[in-house]
Design a protein around this ligand. Structure first.
Ligand code: MN
Length: 283
């Protein structure tokens, strides 16, 4: 191989084997070891954050990782105490390609802050639409209709892309999300419930991704780790009537489709958050 080929090789994307589109790496006691594990097992992992104050540390730790990228978040469940951090979130957005965890939570524990959550989410979506090229991972517990309404009015599909994380909406809400161009990151817990299985079975195959939402889910009686996404693949493949190998290949293609800039001329930012061209590019 001549030296120019070597350059080409170094420039080429490293193909991941597995995808964890939503994991809270910074909530594990062994965050650096987990990043190393993602690289070793070739798990393209989106490290979501709950507060923009976690951004710098996450970026620092993931800076040399081939497979981990960081998302800039302000979680709806912490908005009650942290809504003023939206200013920091906005200040950091130019550095980020990936955004999350963001969204709405109308569950009984968080309903008290719902008005504030809506205001924060609106600012998040407007800032993303203005910047263009961002990829969002979105929480929508008991608020799917409201999340979709906000997406439809504030984030046109050609200004940013949404991944519905742990989607628990109805089939008609799923269709509405598909029409808006949304992707869905599926976790093992969703497949354990008949109603959600049915929804997952109804989604377009080319909009599916996988996630753990670790450490908030369990695998083998301990908090899930990104490589645990492998455990759900045979079941998800059966549900969709494809082989595990086909599913695995399809998921990687889906990720590639997701991170490809939505329209010509809108390039994701090139800040320290990663080049955004593909989750697994080096540099
Ligand atoms: Mn989460």
């Amino acid at each position: 191989m001549c030296s120019s080929d070597l350059t080409a090789l170094l420039m080429s994307p490293i193909v991941p084997r597995l995808i964890d589109m939503h994991c809270h790496l910074d909530l594990y006691p062994d965050h650096p070891a987990l990043i190393e594990e993602c690289d070793r097992h070739q798990v393209a992992t989106l490290a979501v954050t709950t507060t923009p104050k976690a951004w710098r540390r996450n970026i620092e730790l993931a800076s040399r990782s081939s497979h981990v990228r960081v998302a800039l978040g302000l979680h709806p469940q912490v908005v009650a105490e942290r809504k003023s951090e939206i200013a920091l979130w906005e200040a950091l957005l130019p550095e980020a390609t990936y955004v999350g965890e963001v969204g709405l939570d109308a569950g009984p524990r968080f309903y008290r802050s719902f008005e504030d959550q809506k205001a924060v989410f609106e600012r998040v979506l407007c800032a993303c639409a203005e910047a263009g090229g961002k990829i969002l991972t979105i929480h929508s517990v008991r608020a799917v209709g409201q999340v979709l309404g906000q997406l439809e009015s504030r984030l046109p599909p050609d200004r940013g892309r949404a991944v519905m994380h742990w989607f628990t909406g109805s089939k008609s809400e799923a269709r509405r999300a598909v029409e808006h161009g949304c992707y869905f990151s599926i976790n093992a817990q969703m497949l354990a419930q008949a109603r959600h299985r049915e929804t997952v079975a109804s989604l377009p195959l080319d909009r599916l991704l996988t996630e753990t939402d670790g450490p908030f889910t369990q695998a083998d009686g301990r908090p899930s780790r990104p490589s645990d996404v492998a455990q759900m693949l045979p079941d998800l493949a059966r549900l969709r009537g494809v082989t595990t190998e086909t599913l695995q290949r399809t998921l990687v293609e889906n990720l590639r489709g997701l991170v490809t800039p939505p329209i010509a001329g809108v390039r994701p930012s090139t800040g320290r958050g990663g080049d955004g061209r593909i989750l697994t590019d080096r540099g």
